[in-house]
Design a protein around this ligand. Structure first.
Ligand SMILES: [Zn+2]
Length: 423
């Protein structure tokens, strides 16, 4: 059993801060939270326990070439078949990929992330490699695989009649054995009959579906040219994705479409900005009631540090509202925590509660820049840096511990020696 005493816990899906006499962790579960009183601010430091963060959009494949796409357009850097990313991936050995996955998942744990949704290239092999490292590190990887090569050429896409060739149906079945679901790069990569088939096969296997939509205006334009309809409309009608990624260029009508179909969207404002694309309409999506998650997207563009993503998103959303009043910072923090429950239910709830999984991080609010916080949730979103993280836990297992942290009142009979060494 592990116990943290006299701390502040961001409790439940609303992330309400409570001063607690103690929080007890037994094996993989939070056994007890001894709440004393609500506590939204502090005057002289505290230890804060909060849900571990979820990064809902990564491409672990890019981890082997950080900043490799600087100076390239979206299409030059990331599009099939000849974009820099795909040429670079083709050159890497399994060992090189495994090494970069290890480094990146380790970095994510030390920056407070307990789980991520990865859009894994390279067919069944790509998903299998990531699963190996994910099991090693202990961070939860939800892996959505894609075909190793695109099934259709330009003329087949223009005709928009062909169904998925048998070899790709077989590849999809193998892929789903290695992964948690499917995601191609864009709706413009497959024909309408193929999307219907992918939906049917993923449904039968009980797997997740995701797709990148409206990362820029060209996604919609190309889709209209190929099929007469925009990519978002086609995604919702043909493919019923659990997650739609980006929606950077979504117009008001498309935002209403997302809201009326209850689709969860994953926003990636820093990656969009790194490509000189528009910023996603965070404020309009929040006002429309769309369930939102946050991700850091390509490692070629962006570090997988969710605290940086939270800070950036909070500030740009305030700009979009045009005032400093309307946006509660908890709404932004939910995008990396408790909004997960609307997609994954009990499996990954994204919040801390009695009886729930011990997926959490411990943050040192005794540090000079945090110890007088008059709004703890706002400080988590806008001021906490990875250096302030004391430890990260997934299913009660220690994924990361800061060896230079302040001495904390943590009792853990089972791990006493390692903790004493660490603090
Ligand atoms: Zn992506």
């Amino acid at each position: 059993m592990m116990m943290i005493e006299d701390c502040i816990v961001l409790c439940g899906p609303e992330l309400d801060p409570w001063f607690c006499k103690k929080i007890e962790i037994e094996r993989d579960k939070i056994a007890k939270i001894d709440k004393v009183r609500p506590c939204s601010r502090i005057d002289d430091g505290a230890i804060v326990v909060m849900p571990g963060l979820w990064n809902a959009h990564t491409h672990m494949g890019d981890a082997c070439a950080p900043d490799g796409a600087v100076g390239l357009t979206l299409e030059q850097g990331f599009f099939r078949p000849d974009g820099y990313k795909y040429r670079m991936l083709a050159e890497k050995s399994d060992e090189q990929l495994l090494d970069s996955f290890r480094d990146t998942l380790g970095y994510m744990a030390r920056t407070g992330t307990v789980g991520h949704i990865d859009f894994r290239e390279q067919g069944p092999r790509g998903s299998r490699l990531l699963r190996t490292v994910s099991n090693e590190i202990g961070l939860q990887s939800v892996i959505l695989g894609q075909f190793n090569d695109l099934p259709f050429d330009d003329s087949a896409l223009c005709a928009n009649r062909a169904s998925l060739p048998p070899a790709y149906v077989e590849e999809l079945r193998l892929l789903l054995q290695e992964s948690d679901g499917f995601s191609e790069s864009t709706m413009n990569d497959l024909t309408d009959p193929a999307w219907r088939e992918v939906k049917k096969i993923t449904d039968a296997a009980g797997k997740f579906r995701a797709i990148h939509c409206l990362e820029n205006e060209n996604y919609r334009k190309t889709s209209v040219k190929l099929t007469g309809r925009g990519d978002l409309v086609r995604a919702i009608e043909l493919y019923h994705p659990h997650l739609i990624i980006h929606v950077t260029a979504a117009n008001d009508q498309e935002i209403q479409l997302l809201a009326s179909h209850n689709v969860t969207c994953v926003l990636n404002p820093r990656a969009n900005a790194a490509l000189g694309l528009p910023i996603p309409p965070v404020a309009k999506l929040l006002d429309a009631g769309v369930n939102l998650l946050l991700g850091t997207d390509n490692g070629l563009l962006n570090s997988p540090n969710m605290f940086a993503e939270l800070d950036y998103t909070y500030k740009i959303a305030k700009c979009q509202y045009g005032d400093s009043v309307k946006l509660n910072p908890a709404k932004i923090l939910k995008m990396a925590t408790s909004n997960m429950r609307h997609v994954f239910g009990c499996q990954f709830k994204g919040f801390v509660n009695e009886g729930g999984q011990a997926d959490m991080i411990v943050v040192d609010f005794t540090k000079p820049h945090l110890r007088r916080s008059q709004n703890i949730v706002a400080s988590v979103v806008g001021r906490v840096t990875p250096d302030d993280i004391v430890s990260t836990y997934r299913n009660g297992q220690l994924l990361y511990q800061n060896c230079h942290g302040t001495k904390l009142n943590i009792a853990n009979p089972a791990r006493t020696s390692s903790l004493q060494h660490a603090i």
